[in-house]
Design a protein around this ligand. Structure first.
Ligand SMILES: [Zn+2]
Length: 356
């Protein structure tokens, strides 16, 4: 298009003015009149400043391009990586949503470049969608379920696995692991047939795991190291503040039926989103625990538990056995139980970080 500047008149000026007006810019008393006056120039300057353009008050290609693409509402057009890049508020909205969800879309600049595409692919992978990098209605729908206007839904909607969460690229020995013994203090958790309290078994296994991890060089943070009450939300908070790389919560399962048994591991899952590293890690842990303790492996289970949701790193909650199962009291009373369970967990972590 031809360059438009102060004093110009005509259809093209009218077009620019109506776009500015629909975006909420003030065109003064004359409004959309087809004349590029001082008020129009002020609106153009304002638009340029807000969009990081060179503020010269003139409509040339770059400003025109921004003006055209600024009007796209999220979902109004199909977005994908192309040259020249898609630009606009819909791209910005997409980047913001991805970043808030922990998929690194890079700077929120409203330009759909390779960084944004990578984040879209990551999102699609984690959401179990076709990884084609096409941002269509189906992608926006899944995204809308976890975010609203680019903001995570009400408190507690933060998604783990920030920074990609693909800890698998790293060496286990270099990581900081939070070990979280469930319950404690006022909260006994479940109780076995003969009165063994879950909180005590959880703590024993957690202390064993902490030692095992330290012995290979990991940094270890325990959410409790004694029989004390720890509020639920303090547990992920400790992990987030401590900059941990992994969060392992230790519980033990229960069931009214004494025949219920099996090793269980839970990963974060909510509204169609699930933690990709979480499900893989859960699988390794279940396999390792079931072999070591001779209990059936249960399939990894997706759950929206607070400790899985609020943690910003990969998180798994484990229940090595059902403490309510027949014969379990004698297993739990064996002096070696906690050590065996801890070593099985360590082995499962090892399998995740360097597959056999
Ligand atoms: Zn529990």
């Amino acid at each position: 298009m031809r360059t438009l500047k102060l004093g110009d008149r005509g259809k093209e000026v009218l077009d620019v003015q109506s776009r500015l007006f629909s975006l909420g810019y003030d065109l003064g008393t004359d409004g959309v009149d087809g004349y590029f006056g001082e008020d129009t120039r002020a609106a153009v300057l304002h638009f340029q400043q807000r969009n990081g353009l060179r503020a010269d008050g003139v409509i040339a290609d770059n400003t025109w391009q921004e003006l055209v693409e600024a009007r796209y509402e999220p979902g109004e057009r199909l977005l994908y990586l192309r040259i020249p890049s898609f630009r606009g508020v819909d791209v910005l909205h997409l980047q913001r949503s991805l970043n808030r969800l922990g998929f690194n879309a890079g700077p929120e600049d409203g330009i759909l470049g390779p960084g944004t595409e990578r984040a879209v692919l990551d999102f699609q992978k984690n959401a179990g969608m076709v990884m084609d990098g096409m941002i269509d209605e189906s992608v926006l729908k899944v995204m809308a379920r976890v975010t609203k206007d680019g903001e995570p839904h009400a408190a507690g909607a933060k998604i783990p696995d920030r920074n990609g969460g693909y800890a698998v690229d790293r060496d286990l020995a270099d990581l900081t692991v939070v070990v979280d013994p469930g319950h404690g203090g006022d909260d006994d958790g479940d109780v076995s047939q003969e009165g063994i309290r879950e909180k005590d078994v959880n703590l024993e296994v957690a202390l064993g795991l902490g030692k095992a991890l330290e012995s290979i060089g990991c940094g270890v943070l325990l959410t409790r190291d004694g029989d004390v009450t720890v509020p639920l939300y303090d547990r992920p908070a400790l992990a987030n503040q401590g900059g941990a790389d992994l969060f392992i919560s230790i519980h033990h399962n229960s069931n009214p039926s004494p025949r219920a048994q099996g090793a269980a591991a839970y990963y974060f899952c909510r509204h169609g989103y699930f933690s990709e590293p979480g499900i893989i890690l859960a699988g390794h842990l279940v396999t390792s625990i079931s072999e070591a303790l001779d209990v059936p492996p249960l399939p990894p289970l997706g759950r929206n538990y607070a400790v899985l949701r609020e943690t910003e790193m990969t998180a798994v909650l484990l229940e090595p056995v059902f403490i309510t199962a027949d014969g379990m009291d004698s297993l739990l009373n064996e002096s070696g139980y906690a050590t065996r369970a801890a070593e099985a967990i360590l082995a499962g972590l090892g399998d995740y970080f360097s597959p056999r």
